[in-house]
Write a new protein. Structure first.
Lengths: 306, 268
């Protein structure tokens, strides 16, 4: 009778394990090398959308259209977020509309995709593609899918108000939204106010404050940024009045330091995100700093040079 | 009845021996891993996507079980020649078919039940860990009984696909049965297009033929109410009853035809 002794794993097993480790290490190394050498390639392929027809994808999805809608939704978020992180000159949002369009064709009740599209498609470059027309088209699709949803009509009105500066059409859409059941009671007075004094900042502030009450975090974040921009524009106006009232002595240059020394200001003025405002030494023109995260301001909020 | 239940239990045990319940582990891992990652990717839509994913995975796993086990229910017995031993016992051929079908339906029922419990557990966890203020942005509550409506129709659809697989299994090889069942599954989802065929063709005969095919082929797209329940939209009880009734009658038809074919087969 012989006793079996523990001899450890046989050589063949050890060789197989070593082979597996070598293969994994080799494959990972090659992958890293490829990603480093051809970084542009993966960025370009990320910008390819093979199928753009929502109806075609809907057919191919069989029972799983809602799940495919989620896939396209995640791609839309990644595309938008990825382009926002790109250098300003290289940002390209051309896939944003087809992606949210596909998402909403596959799942017509995906409210957030319509609202996300409305806000970000209409945002001017470099923050977005600057396509309020596509935003309107997307929202109209949402209205067709869910005619009772006042939020879509409100968003259409908002795009007309904020991006097209078409106050009559904006007021008409606010009015239509107000007439829907479950619409909040502030929509009716808003329609009147937009029609009466559409271009004033108070109306814009009121609108953004309403969006700030939204349940969606990213909508609130966007509204908060827009309100900060409005605050910054108000601050620029106030500072410009001060600068005009206290010009430098003859031959001197405009500067915040000089105004602080003269005790006109208590310190160098900062915008709502803490970046100092710019003051042109030659002309005395006050402006939001280009390095501020609030920059650039929407076209209609930009203060013309005096 | 006793013979049918004995066969059903034996089919269920065989599926357990074939490691079918392993798919439940994959399902649980898929859901838990997704709930962890999706929060970072979906701009607040993680609960909606977990619901979509959970329901779609229930349907896909069930579909694979229904097709790949269903096609072997009868043909495997014939190939292994164990059919002779079975038929020598005091079991009639209809009892054998019904027992085999009931066994696979039992496997699917256990599978769908466990998956539904896992889905609700993940949703309960997500609801519990999400601030009430953020939950107001959801179209429907995290733990929503309406999801069960979709689960119910998925189960009826799986029962129908099982009946289809069994039907093909009574006269065809496993490979051909799989191809035919999968083909009919795909066709069944395009079936609704045949209903309105007369709007795109002028020929009355073609339109009539299309309408006939619409009624003959299984209308599987009707069983899909996932989008509605995920968004908290109402699916009327009448719709559920009519669709389930349609499914049950179609299953009965397939089982009757399967029994007829199998009863006439000569195993000499």
């Amino acid at each position: 009778m012989t006793a079996r002794t523990h001899q450890g794993p046989p050589a063949a097993t050890l060789a197989a394990i070593a082979g597996i480790v070598l293969c994994v290490a080799g494959a990972v190394s090659l992958q890293i090398a490829r990603d480093r050498l051809y970084a542009g390639h993966s960025r370009e392929t990320a910008r390819i959308l093979y199928v753009r027809s929502g109806e075609a994808v809907k057919r191919l999805a069989l029972d799983f259209d809602a799940l495919w809608a989620d896939v396209y939704w995640i791609r839309a978020i990644q595309h938008y977020g990825g382009e926002r992180l790109n250098d300003v000159g290289r940002r390209n949002y051309e896939l944003l509309f087809p992606l949210v369009d596909l998402t909403t064709t596959l799942d017509p009740y995906f409210s957030i995709a319509y609202r996300f599209g409305a806000i970000f498609l209409s945002e001017a470059p470099p923050g977005g593609p600057g396509r309020p027309d596509q935003a309107i088209a997307l929202l109209r699709k949402g209205v067709a899918a869910q005619p009772g949803k006042w939020q879509y009509l409100h968003d259409i009105a908002f795009v007309y108000y904020w991006h097209f500066r078409d106050f009559d059409t904006a007021a008409m859409w606010f009015q239509r939204a107000a007439e829907l059941p479950n619409a909040p009671n502030w929509l009716k007075p808003l329609a009147a106010s937009v029609l009466g004094a559409g271009s004033d900042r108070a109306s814009a502030r009121f609108l953004w404050n309403q969006i700030l009450q939204s349940e969606e975090e990213w909508l609130r974040r966007n509204a908060s940024r827009a309100l900060s921009q409005l605050d910054a524009v108000d601050a620029v106006d106030a500072l410009q009045a001060i600068v005009n009232r206290f010009p430098p002595p003859a031959g001197g240059q405009y500067s915040w330091e000089a105004l602080v020394r003269r005790r006109v200001l208590r310190g160098i003025p900062l915008d709502p995100v803490g970046t100092p405002f710019e003051l042109d030494p030659a002309t005395g023109r006050v402006a939001l700093s280009r390095s501020s995260s609030l920059s650039p301001l929407p076209q209609h909020l930009q203060i013309p040079p005096s | 009845m006793r013979a049918i239940s004995c066969i059903a239990v034996s089919v269920f045990r065989e599926s357990v021996r074939d490691r079918v319940p392993y798919n439940l582990v994959i399902f649980a891992i898929l859901l838990i891993a997704s709930s962890f990652f999706l929060g970072q990717l979906t701009a607040g839509q993680d609960v909606k996507i977990i619901k979509d994913l959970g329901l779609a995975a229930t349907a896909v796993f069930g579909l694979f079980i229904a097709i790949f086990i269903g096609i072997g229910l009868v043909s495997k017995e014939v190939e292994r020649r164990s059919i002779y031993g079975l038929l020598a016992k005091p079991i009639s051929r209809p009892q054998l078919i019904l027992g085999k079908y009931a066994g696979l339906v039992l496997t699917l029922a256990v599978n769908v039940t466990v998956m539904t419990i896992a889905l609700y557990a993940v949703l309960a966890y997500m609801t519990w860990t999400t601030a009430p203020a953020l939950q107001t942005a959801w179209d429907a509550p995290g733990i929503d009984a309406r999801l069960l409506k979709s689960v119910f129709l998925i189960f009826v659809e799986l029962m129908l696909i099982t009946a289809l697989a069994l039907f093909f299994s009574t006269f065809s090889t496993p490979l051909l049965s799989a191809a035919l069942t999968l083909g009919l599954y795909i066709v069944g989802h395009f079936n609704a297009d045949l209903r309105n065929f007369e709007t795109v063709v002028e020929s009355k005969t073609a339109a009539w033929l299309a309408r006939g095919l619409y009624h003959l082929l299984p209308d599987l797209s009707a069983f899909d109410v996932k989008t509605q329940v995920v968004h908290g939209l109402e699916v009327p009880a009448g719709y559920l009853a009519l669709t389930a009734g349609y499914g049950v009658l179609y299953i009965a038809l397939l089982l009757i035809v399967s029994i007829l074919i199998f009863s006439r087969r000569d195993f000499k």
